[in-house]
Design a protein around this ligand. Structure first.
Ligand SMILES: NC(=O)c1ccc[n+]([C@@H]2O[C@H](COP(=O)([O-])OP(=O)(O)OC[C@H]3O[C@@H](n4cnc5c(N)ncnc54)[C@H](O)[C@@H]3O)[C@@H](O)[C@H]2O)c1
Length: 259
């Protein structure tokens, strides 16, 4: 990748206030993009935008579960910044519980953000992309979408649905030149991941595996940095990946032994 690969492109990132979303914003800016950083946490995205020269990262408060707000924000971004060339769906929530203890609310909230949120933003952005005959959509899924995990049924199912949705969209938009891909991270050092670390040995167990929960560990022997995920996203968003669509790129250090 060259620093100018995304020069002047307008990118919309959801869930941009922290963790992987903030790293994706940084990666896109590093390669020349102008980024609409959106999140339901308005202070977080404002702070991130303030790190850059005015106009490089523009903060928009946006809850992806609110379809009217999604449509209005996409219209506002296109009016203020220009045509959106790149959408990165990062916003996500994790609710963990064994299925027999999972509440209706936790199930619905998980799907509202992780699946329906991806539908809302992708549909809103796909419409103008289709008209222009260009664009790239990247959805951040999870390696949990491809391997069963205890306590993660709602999350894994919601991510599987978002992954297949993105693939179907890629098929529909292929002839128009719009590419749609998925990046599936494994354990990545973010606030979401740290919320699962209930004791000091937890990161060690993530790396080494835990047979009691049928987890085999991470062959590369480390937990990912958010920038590791962002690098894959930026590549797939760029013209360097111009012949890649409907691809699911696992960035999990080999944790799911995926072929
Ligand atoms: N961290 C991991 O180990 C890991 C592994 C696999 C996949 N992922 C996925 O990567 C993505 C980013 O995860 P992260 O670890 O950076 O999480 P995080 O919790 O640190 O950050 C998620 C961001 O999404 C935002 N968000 C949540 N609900 C939203 C909504 N309704 N509308 C708009 N924004 C909303 C939050 O405010 C937050 O800024 C998620 O989709 C997550 O499922 C993370």
């Amino acid at each position: 990748m060259q620093p100018s690969d995304l020069a002047g492109r307008i990118a919309l990132v959801t869930g941009a206030a922290q963790g992987i979303g903030a790293a994706v914003v940084r990666g896109l800016v590093e390669h020349g993009a102008i980024v609409a950083a959106t999140d339901r946490d308005p202070i977080g995205v404002k702070k991130l935008a303030a790190e850059y020269e005015t106009g490089r990262v523009v903060a928009y408060p946006l809850d992806v579960t609110d379809v009217a707000a999604v449509d209005a924000t996409v219209t506002a971004i296109e009016r203020h910044l220009g045509p959106i060339a790149i959408l990165v769906n990062v916003a996500g929530v994790l609710n963990t519980a064994p299925v027999v203890e999972l509440t209706d609310r936790a199930w619905a909230d998980t799907f509202a953000v992780n699946t329906t949120g991806v539908f809302h933003t992708s549909r809103a952005v796909a419409r103008p992309m289709l008209e222009r005959g260009a664009g790239s959509i990247v959805t951040v899924g999870s390696n949990a979408a491809g391997v069963p995990r205890t306590g993660m049924a709602a999350y894994a199912a919601s991510k599987s649905a978002a992954t297949m949705f993105t693939m179907c969209l890629g098929l529909e938009l292929g002839r128009s030149g719009v590419r749609c891909n998925v990046v599936s991270p494994g354990s990545t050092d973010t606030p979401m991941q740290r919320a699962m670390w209930t004791d000091p040995d937890a990161p060690h167990r993530v790396v080494e595996g835990d047979l009691a929960s049928y987890r085999t560990g991470i062959p590369l022997g480390r937990i990912a940095d958010p920038a590791d995920i962002a690098d894959a996203v930026v590549f797939l968003a760029s013209d360097r990946a111009r012949h890649i669509t409907m691809h699911n790129m696992y960035v999990d250090g080999g944790a799911t032994l995926h072929v």
